[in-house]
Each structure stands twice: as structure tokens, then as C-alpha cells.
Design a protein around this ligand. Structure first.
Ligand SMILES: [Zn+2]
Length: 485
């Protein structure tokens, strides 16, 4: 018998008798402390069934496997033995709740589905140029002035209505608890020093020039970034991160570090004075210094930082830094990992779920290899895992969000969990199709299988249409202005 319909595929699964159905009415739990983190076994026999794990996390994964088997086979589950353990420690999904927000119930539905597919990290993107979503009591002006943008101009649809909102501390704590109940840790992200137009809109004194900054209504990369030289910027970030740590208790805090143009820093007296004091010759070093100071502050609270790969442009870096590799143009992640640095694989082309299936078919996502070609074998252990982000500039509602994220999330979950030698795309597709009713029961309407792997002609037209619809006049004007003034 082929592998039963389980995603991610278990690393060892033997159907002992396909014609005999197991008794799964009473499942016995046995603790075996010799099993590794997340490891579990399932033994389904005619006379009774046993699940074994070292702790509750392992039992939780065993139960997700049983839930999938139950959804596909009903009460006629064949007798089988499963021995299973995750390939990677970090198996994450990222949600952008800035460009478009999701309700707490919708986020819980996404978490439910992720848990069934054995994800263990929820990365929550809560601040950006187009809004600030974290209820700050220390800086209420961030909510009063920066949580609502006057209009939205993402791509071909212009919405002249104000858009926004924020998550209360009680709601965010509810999400943290919901994740913890499913053995998922939560990594909040506060992107700095770039992608901070919304923060600077309420607090222009934190920019280099002190001039008014507009909250942005379209996508892109903007030159309005936090000043790297003013002491008050560091004091603000410490106080904000203290509040973040109070709501989000898990070890890692994501502090962004991507797409931060240094145009203002190059002419700012505060930035240049700080660079002179520190004997820096490059503005990227000043960003590295900022990262170090945040890491040092968070380190005192037992926290560690994750940053996007642009952070590696600086030779000034904190220890214990984890890099999330989304677009490593300068090829800095592999040497970083070869020297012992930890890296999360999030390659934009393969793992960004806002790209249409016409551009990146599910097969491409599934086949992406987290290990770079020139990685030393000894450094394989430094690739800590995989993470698939959903950016929401063009994802305005939950049904669209479900369509673009599933089954792509499942393809990433299998790369994160299943050993490479056990993976096979056609087999994944067969198992995944069988699990679509379970996703539907959870509340997720995935993309239909005929959309997963379009033919080359459809891919070409679909990709061209996507780019035509995602770029608009505002973005082009902003792009040109951003490079000029
Ligand atoms: Zn400055």
C-alpha cells in the first residue's frame, strides 16, 4: 500500500495489514523519555492502539496524524506503525496583519490549520509603513495616529476609504495562548529601522529630519526610517520592545532590518556624529550597531533576535543572531551559516504565498531546497528551518488569503518536517488532495488542485497579469521620488 494520506509525510510508515482496520476507540498513551523533541510513534492494531512520545508535544503531533487519518479513512483506518520526527526545529508561517488585517477568529482558523500540519512557529508582522497594529499603552499616539491610513492604493484597486485598526493586548495574549495550546511559539515582528513610516507619522522627532512623515497608502520601500544617531530613538525602541516582551513571552523577537534606505542617514548630523564616535565608515555598520543594541537590551530579558538577511550587510552584528533569508542578493547567508550563524530559509520566489500559482507553482515551492549548494556539510545544522510568509498588500479578505496560502503552506510544512529523501511531489499531491475536506472542515477553502501547477502558457499570462495588477501610478511615482529626494 502507498503511504497513507498524511501531510507532512511521516518518516517511517508501514501498513501492517491494509485489509484489517485498527481499533482506535481507546488509544493508550505511553511515555518514552528516550524519544527526541517532537518525535512520536503510532501503533494501530486490530486489538488496540498506542501512541508513544517523550512529552505532551510529541503526543500532540501523534494526535494530528490520527486526526488526518480519521478525516481520510473515517473509522476504517488500516493497521499501521508510524515512527516520526521533525527534520527541522523551526517550521513557521508569517502573517502580515498590517497591509490588511485579519480578525482574531480568522487568525485562529489559520493557526488551527497550521497545527494540523505540524507547524510550530507563528511569526506575526505587526508594524509597517501602512499601519501600526500593536496596542501600545506607553505610546498611545501610535494607535491614535498610526493605526489608520487615509486610503489604500495597492495595485489596480484604489480604495478611497480610511483603513485600519489594531489588536488589543488582550487579543494578542489570546492568540499567544491559542498558539501555545497547539505547541506553536509566537514571534512578533517590529520592523526597524526601515518600514517605520507609520511610527514616524506619530513620532516625527524620531526621524533624521524631524519633518512630518505620512502614513503610507501604497506598497514599496520608503526612505523614511528611524534615525540611527539620536539617543531618543534607542530609548523609544527599548520602551516599545519592553511592552512587546510583556505581551509575547516566547524567546524570539523579530526586529526586521530589511529594506532600510540610508539616504537620510548619509546627511544626518546625528547619524554622522554617532558613526564618527564609533569609527564607522559605512551606514550599514550603524544599522548593525542598532541591531546590537536591541539584541543586548532584549538579551537582558532572556530574549534573542531574528532579522531579515539585509542585516548581514553590516560587519557589526550581535551574537546569537538568527537570519531569515528572503532575498540574499549579496549571497551573505551561506558564508554566515558556514561560520556558525543560524539561518531560516524563506526564499521569496518559492515561499512567498502572495505570488500567484501561475508564477510559482506548488511543485516549485515543494521542491525548493533549504540547503544552499555551497554550504559546508558541517553547516547543515545551521539551517534551523523553513518559514513561509503571506504578505497582504493584494490579499484583502480571508477567502483570498486561504486560496493563496493553501496548499502552499502544506508544501512548506512537508519540507520542514519530512526528510529530503522521503519527499516526492506527486505523492504529496495525492495525499494533499485527500486532506482538502479536512482543511475545509477547519474553515480553509484551499486553491483547487487544477490551479496548483499551471501549464507554461497559463504561467506566462498569469505572471504578467499579476504584475500589471499589482503596480500602479502611486507606486511608480513613489519609487521615482524615493530614488531622487
Ligand atoms: Zn539620523
Amino acid at each position: 500500500m502507498t503511504c497513507p494520506c498524511i501531510v507532512p509525510k511521516p518518516n517511517r510508515c508501514i501498513v501492517t495489514d491494509a485489509a484489517v482496520f485498527a481499533d482506535v476507540r481507546n488509544i493508550r498513551k505511553e511515555v518514552d523519555t528516550s524519544l527526541a523533541d517532537g518525535e512520536y510513534t503510532v501503533q494501530l492494531t486490530e486489538s488496540g492502539s498506542v501512541i508513544t512520545a517523550a512529552d505532551e508535544k510529541g503526543f500532540f503531533y501523534a494526535k494530528q496524524t490520527l486526526r488526518q487519518l480519521n478525516a481520510v479513512y473515517g473509522d476504517k483506518i488500516p493497521c499501521m506503525v508510524i515512527q516520526d520526527a521533525p527534520a527541522f526545529a523551526h517550521r513557521g508561517f508569517m502573517l502580515d496583519s498590517v497591509r490588511h488585517m485579519q480578525s482574531i477568529d480568522e487568525i485562529k482558523t489559520l493557526i488551527d490549520a497550521a497545527a494540523v500540519f505540524k507547524f510550530n512557529v507563528f511569526h506575526w508582522h505587526l508594524s509597517d509603513d501602512q499601519g501600526f497594529r500593536f496596542e501600545s499603552e506607553t505610546f498611545p499616539e501610535l494607535i491614535e495616529q498610526s493605526s489608520v491610513r487615509p486610503s489604500s492604493d495597492f495595485g489596480d484597486v484604489h480604495d478611497s476609504n480610511p483603513y485600519g485598526g489594531y489588536y488589543t493586548k488582550a487579543q494578542m495574549r489570546e492568540i499567544v495562548q491559542y498558539c501555545h495550546d497547539r505547541f506553536i511559539t509566537v514571534i512578533p515582528e517590529f520592523d526597524l529601522p526601515g518600514h517605520t513610516s507609520a511610527v514616524l507619522h506619530a513620532k516625527p522627532e524620531l526621524s533624521c529630519t524631524g519633518e512630518a512623515v505620512k502614513i503610507k497608502t501604497c506598497g514599496g520601500v520608503f526612505p523614511d526610517i528611524l534615525c540611527g544617531g539620536k539617543d531618543e530613538v534607542y530609548d523609544f525602541l527599548y520602551a516599545l520592545l519592553d511592552e512587546v516582551c510583556d505581551v509575547f513571552p516566547d524567546e524570539y523577537i523579530h526586529i526586521g532590518g530589511d529594506e532600510a534606505p540610508k539616504k537620510h542617514w548619509q546627511t544626518c548630523v546625528h547619524c554622522q556624529k554617532k558613526m564618527k564616535e564609533l569609527h564607522f565608515t559605512d551606514e550599514e555598520q550603524l544599522q548593525g550597531y542598532m541591531t546590537c543594541r536591541m539584541a543586548e537590551h532584549l538579551g537582558k530579558k532572556g530574549r534573542k533576535v531574528i532579522c531579515w538577511n539585509e542585516t548581514l550587510a553590516s560587519d557589526v552584528l550581535p551574537q546569537d543572531l538568527i537570519i531569515q533569508n528572503w532575498m540574499d542578493r549579496k549571497k551573505q547567508c551561506t558564508p554566515f551559516a558556514n561560520k556558525g550563524g543560524k539561518v531560516i530559509y524563506s526564499d521569496y520566489y518559492h515561499y512567498y504565498t502572495d505570488y500567484p500559482y501561475d508564477m510559482t507553482p506548488v511543485k516549485k515551492t515543494y521542491s525548493a531546497d533549504p540547503f544552499a549548494q555551497d554550504l559546508f556539510p558541517a553547516a547543515y545544522q545551521n539551517i534551523v528551518g523553513v518559514e513561509t510568509p503571506i504578505w497582504t498588500e493584494h490579499v484583502r479578505d480571508f477567502s483570498r488569503l486561504c486560496y493563496v496560502t493553501w496548499p502552499r503552506f502544506a508544501a512548506v510544512s512537508e519540507t520542514g518536517w519530512t526528510k529530503k529523501e522521503n519527499k516526492d511531489y506527486n505523492d504529496f499531491k495525492r495525499r494533499m488532495i485527500a486532506l482538502l475536506p479536512l482543511l475545509s472542515e477547519i474553515g480553509i477553502q484551499a486553491a483547487p488542485p487544477e490551479d496548483w501547477d499551471p501549464n507554461p502558457v497559463k504561467r506566462l499570462f498569469g505572471t504578467a497579469t499579476f504584475f500589471m495588477h499589482t503596480v500602479n501610478k502611486e507606486m511608480i511615482v513613489n519609487f521615482l521620488k524615493g530614488n531622487k529626494d
